[in-house]
Design a protein around this ligand. Structure first.
Ligand code: S3P
Length: 432
């Protein structure tokens, strides 16, 4: 796709799609509860459909009815051996969460993914699960992965990598394991799994001491079924927020956005850069905090963010880097090691593509340094995405300022944000 300069400005009330992380969990958790759950506003993107089809292949009855998904859960140990390998496309969240879920179901499953997912690390979830007695047939540490499901043992497990996917996989394994498992998180990560499980009646106890979190999960306690309303995704709204901030005269409003405090780093970072963002009508829906946002064009200034911030906004660095490219002064974002193992090596692709656009951008150790240019003259208009949806959308926003960016593999956007192009163009964007 080609992203051209916008004709005027970004305006309007933009309806942002539902949260991807919460949508995955809104399929998995009801599927192992006891009873019928209705899910409103599930994100119908490729990644989430992979989780939904996986649970169907595991014998769960899931029906679509208008804007709702009805899930007929039959309990913690009710999944059935699938009659084929489970294909998860590009979805890291599906891969890590389902590995945890299936490790304790007493049958064998093989998980597969696309080229990008098949190169992403799986040892980070297999290794801690092995401490619970889980068994796998896999030498590469990547997909395809054969899970030899069996009864697991309650354990005390420390997670040293900042990853909600690892934590959630372990919690799902612990739910179907006799006794109380103790999961220790060394870094704060998104807590949607814990929030949802509380509303499903799980015995999950969370104790925070300094920056370390102890999660105690009592296994073999059946979950009740609950209806869920999935809020809109802050990570998806980020592309519109930054597009409005950097294009003169822009003003947008975004309703019902999930601003879970483990995920709101982008808003804090942008405010530090001088962004005019108002957060209104804060409220709690289905154990998650949501609010309405108003954003207008702002004169941004560069900022320095320490490594701690990365845990609260890991998915937002590609689009934050675009904001930094149009700010006054240098930005330095520190401690971005985890960006290298996302849907692509995001750290390198941000650098490469910003440099192609004429920006002075460097990586030093795991830090990203962005020195904006007064005027952008693209060296090469090709934007390499390695089929990474967030790189594609971020550079579509860059294109709204510099024009004529040829974004490769634009269809990757369907991973998290179907209709992005249509919505962006309706709000004033110019993507062909
Ligand atoms: C996610 C956790 C994060 C994030 C991903 C979604 C989740 O990954 O980058 O987009 O839904 O749990 P990590 O757990 O690898 O940090």
């Amino acid at each position: 796709m080609i992203s051209n300069k916008i004709k005027d400005r970004i305006v309007g009330n933009i309806n942002i799609p539902s949260d991807k992380s919460i949508s995955h969990r809104s399929i998995i958790i009801p599927s192992i509860s006891m009873g019928i759950s209705e899910i409103n506003n599930l994100l119908m993107s490729d990644d989430v459909m992979h989780t939904l089809n996986a649970l169907k292949n595991l014998g769960v009855n899931i029906e679509k009815s208008n804007n709702k998904i009805i899930i007929y859960g039959k309990g913690l140990n009710s999944l059935k051996k699938p009659n084929k390998n489970i294909y998860l496309g590009n979805s890291g969240t599906s891969a890590r969460l389902l590995t945890g879920l299936l490790a304790s179901q007493t049958f064998e499953t093989i998980l597969e993914g696309d080229k990008s997912l098949s190169s992403r690390p799986m040892a980070r979830i297999m290794d801690p699960l092995k401490l619970m007695g889980a068994e796998f047939e896999n030498v590469s540490g990547t997909l395809p992965l054969k899970i030899i499901g069996k009864k697991l043992n309650k354990s005390k497990i420390e997670i040293n990598i900042p990853s909600a996917q690892i934590k959630s996989g372990l919690i799902l394994a612990a739910l179907n394991t006799e006794g109380v498992s103790h999961i220790i998180e060394k870094h704060i990560t998104r807590d949607h799994t814990e929030n949802m499980l509380k509303s499903f009646g799980a015995e999950i106890d969370i104790k925070k001491i300094n920056n370390q979190t102890s999660i105690y999960v009592k296994g073999k306690k059946e979950l009740k079924s609950v209806n869920i309303n999935v809020p809109s995704d802050l990570s998806s709204s980020a592309f519109f927020i930054v597009a409005a901030l950097i294009n003169k005269g822009s003003k947008i409003s975004l309703n019902n956005i999930n601003i879970n405090p483990t995920r709101d780093g982008l808003l804090k970072a942008l405010k530090k850069m001088g962004a005019k963002i108002s957060i209104k009508n804060k409220r709690t829906v289905s154990e998650e905090i949501v609010a309405d946002l108003e954003v207008e064009y702002s004169n941004l200034v560069g900022c320095e963010l320490d490594a701690e911030m990365a845990k609260f906004m890991i998915d937002e660095y590609p689009i934050l880097s675009i904001a930094a490219a149009f700010a006054k002064g240098t930005s330095i974002f520190r401690g971005l090691k985890e960006l290298k193992v996302k849907e692509s090596d995001r750290l390198e692709l941000i650098r490469l593509n910003l440099v192609n656009c004429g920006c002075d951008c460097k990586i030093k150790n795991d830090d990203l340094i962005i020195k904006p240019s007064e005027v952008y003259i693209t060296k090469n208009n090709k934007i390499r995405t390695d089929f990474d949806h967030r790189i594609a959308m971020s550079f579509a926003v860059m294109g709204s300022k510099v024009g004529n960016l040829n974004i490769e593999d634009g269809e990757s956007i369907n991973t998290s944000f179907p209709n992005f192009i249509e919505k962006f163009n309706n709000a004033g964007g110019n993507i062909l």
